[in-house]
Design a protein around this ligand. Structure first.
Ligand SMILES: Nc1nc2c(c(=O)[nH]1)N[C@H]1C(S)=C(S)[C@@H](COP(=O)(O)O)O[C@H]1N2
Ligand SMILES: [Mo]
Length: 230
């Protein structure tokens, strides 16, 4: 009887000790969570919308910039978006001309290979609409996106058309902020972050099915499909 009691109290003491430890850890976790939540909160701009159809949005400016040469500031007085390569007519658009196309809204999550993701409400124009005027030739199987900072990436035209991918000029109800690629970002639905070309200046229609962009050349998978197996 006495032995049992001792065992019980030892167990209680152990339990108390363990739960005290847990409590401390929980407190640290909660504090860390609070700091993270505040840091996220701070990234929202005043006018940015934070919820869409019951889904909580993330700020359109990421936790940190990983761009190859930093955040770009595009001179909009000179800015043109051109569609080049295997097309009937090389075509240039001003910012305003792009915005004249019908607008499309999409709620899409960007997944970076570095482990963060951001669910953002994008608004933009169909890449298909931008191509139509230029008239892609039959050999044009790939779109190469070229950016103001020299960054490039590519995707098969068939996938872009299938998913009806857009070139976005707005995130969370505001003009796309500079860190996110103002004036335009490719919303590469279901593709990893490095396919989301920002500060896009040229869309080249190409027959080079083996084309490798900036990160792809350094070994990143060219398909870049988002997969959820860890
Ligand atoms: N022009 C340009 N676009 C770019 C990049 C870049 O360096 N330059 N980086 C890509 C990568 S790797 C990611 S994850 C997304 C988001 O970049 P961020 O992590 O710097 O916010 O933009 C993509 N588009
Ligand atoms: Mo990335």
């Amino acid at each position: 009887m006495k032995g049992k009691k001792i065992i019980l109290s030892v167990m209680t003491a152990l339990l108390l000790l363990a739960s005290a430890g847990c409590g401390e850890q929980a407190e640290i976790n909660r504090e860390y969570g609070d700091i993270m939540a505040r840091a996220t909160e701070d990234r929202f701009s005043a006018m940015e919308i934070r919820e869409y159809k019951g889904v909580r949005l993330d700020p359109s400016i990421g936790p940190r910039d990983n761009s190859i040469t930093g955040i770009q500031s595009v001179n909009m007085e000179e800015y043109k978006l051109s569609v080049t390569g295997l097309v009937e007519t090389v075509t240039e658009y001003t910012y305003e001309e792009v915005l004249e196309y019908p607008s499309v809204e999409k709620l899409i999550t960007l997944y970076c290979v570095e482990g963060w993701d951001a669910t953002i409400l994008w608004e933009g124009v169909r890449i298909a609409d931008l191509l139509e005027k230029a008239g892609p030739l039959d050999d044009g199987k790939i779109l190469v996106f070229k950016c103001h900072d020299g960054y490039t990436t590519s995707m098969p035209l068939s996938e872009i058309l299938e998913k009806d991918m857009i070139l976005a000029y707005s995130s969370n109800g505001e003009a796309l902020p500079e860190p996110m690629g103002y004036p335009f970002i490719v919303v590469a639905e279901d593709k990893l972050g490095y396919k989301w070309a920002r500060w896009v200046v040229e869309i080249e229609v190409s027959d080079d099915v083996d084309y490798e962009g900036t990160w792809e050349r350094r070994g990143y998978d060219n398909e870049a499909d988002v997969s959820f197996e860890e």
